[in-house]
Write a protein that binds this ligand. Structure first.
Ligand code: GLU
Length: 309
């Protein structure tokens, strides 16, 4: 697909916010980094509104985010794409995986999974997820299908993904042991982030995924999906996080304020500090951004997590 794009679009980056609230200082870092990375390579920059998790979306947050980006001078090179319009593409991908025997229906509730893990003497949990013990891999055992999962053991071998992050370096994840077979279509009928993001990165011809470090752990799952669907693997760069006063990643849950865009230059300067870019003196956002492109890529070892203003 990339080869059919105009020459200066050989590289494409994207910012993919979930419209669960307005941009905050942390999300601007990811947006700015992907914009700078794309501009520095002469590529095109796209925005995708990741609104598959409908219950978590806030009405109007999508347009608010686009206006916040525009106030910072970050305008996409093509109209944004909303994932809520992309169900047919996700269904087609899921169908291919099921036909190939790589995805299967699962009838387990969270309680079933907890009990199965306890029976194995294991309490595998990473973040909020339980490592799926594979109960329905060989059939539903009389239960009704709730979700669809992707296999993390293929042809008898555990899937191990090696990948290299442009900032974090070499990474490895044994999907079978650390994640288990993961959900593509949720029990509530919603598409899972992993499937939607992989199908859309490919459809938009994304060559460079630049996003916050909190998402790095998803990358192995996404690479496994790209392989099983026969899609190209983009390059990955995970940016430093902005930490709240409690030391955790800044998020709406720990009180991240919506960006104060009464002074977009100050907001851009704060994001640039997180990225380890040198201070830039400019009168307009356009001038500031042009200079920042010249300073990209930053020397990552200079970038320390900082607290928001
Ligand atoms: N929609 C995701 C988020 O806002 C980002 C997905 C991505 O960049 O891959 O956290």
């Amino acid at each position: 697909m990339v080869d059919t794009l105009p020459r200066d679009w050989r590289r494409s980056g994207r910012f993919a916010p979930s419209p669960t609230g307005p941009l905050h200082a942390g999300s601007l870092v990811a947006a700015l980094a992907s914009w700078l990375d794309t501009r520095a390579s002469g590529g095109r920059w796209l925005v995708r509104i990741e609104d598959v998790d409908r219950p978590r979306c806030i009405p109007g947050a999508d347009h608010h985010i686009l206006a916040q980006l525009a106030a910072c001078g970050l305008r996409p090179d093509a109209p944004p794409v909303w994932q809520s319009t992309r169900g047919a593409a996700y269904a087609e991908a899921l169908d291919r995986l099921r036909q190939a025997g790589l995805a299967y229906p699962c009838g387990c509730s969270r309680r079933d999974i907890t009990l199965a893990l306890a029976a194995q003497g294991a309490a595998h949990q990473r973040f909020d997820d339980l490592v799926y013990p594979g109960t329905c891999r060989d059939g539903l055992h009389g239960k009704s299908a709730r979700a669809i999962r992707l296999r993390s053991v293929v042809d008898g071998a555990e899937v191990v993904i090696d990948w290299c992050d442009r900032r974090l370096g070499a990474q490895r994840q044994n999907l079978a042991r650390e994640v288990g077979d993961f959900v593509l279509l949720r029990a509530d009928g919603l598409w899972a982030y992993q499937l939607a993001v992989v199908v859309d990165d490919a459809a938009q011809g994304i060559t460079d995924v630049v996003r916050g470090e909190d998402l790095a752990d998803n990358t192995a799952r996404q690479i496994h999906l790209q392989r099983t669907l026969g899609l190209a693997r983009p390059r990955y760069l995970h940016t430093p996080l902005v930490r709240g006063a409690d030391g955790h990643k800044l998020s709406k849950q720990n009180g991240a304020q919506a960006l104060d865009l009464s002074d977009p230059l100050a907001a851009l300067a704060a994001a640039a500090r997180v990225l380890g870019l040198p201070a830039i003196a400019a009168a307009t956002t356009g001038d500031w951004l042009a200079q920042a492109v010249g300073a990209w890529p930053p020397r990552w070892h200079d970038a320390a997590p900082v607290e928001p203003r």
